[in-house]
Design a protein around this ligand. Structure first.
Ligand SMILES: [Zn+2]
Length: 106
């Protein structure tokens, strides 16, 4: 990150994942898919790393982006931070994909 505006957007994004219970939704969906006992799933959910590895859906990411941007702007940070951070992440993702393809080709 290169500015507080970018940091405010990222923190807002992560707060909105928590505020909207995205991790809980993810665990519930996985439990249904795997037909696991919900008590076992609740125990698994207490391990933060498992939630990180599970990831979020695209809809959850868009919701966290939208609401995270809203609270960062309401706190006085520039929405440009969200644009710059998103562009930088997209550029890094493109570079990662190109690098991975080169490794697979060789
Ligand atoms: Zn996210």
């Amino acid at each position: 990150m290169t500015s507080e505006d970018e940091l405010a957007f990222v923190l807002g994004h992560e707060l909105e994942h928590i505020d909207h219970y995205h991790s809980v939704e993810r665990v519930q969906i996985e439990a249904k898919l795997k037909s696991l006992d919900l008590e076992i799933v609740a125990a698994i959910a207490e391990i933060p790393m498992s939630l990180w590895q599970a990831g979020y859906s695209k809809d959850q990411e868009f919701e966290a982006d939208r609401e995270g941007l809203r609270i960062a702007a309401a706190a006085g940070y520039s929405p440009e931070g969200a644009v710059e951070m998103t562009e930088r992440l997209a550029k890094l993702n493109r570079e990662y994909v190109i690098m991975r393809r080169r490794r697979q080709a060789s």
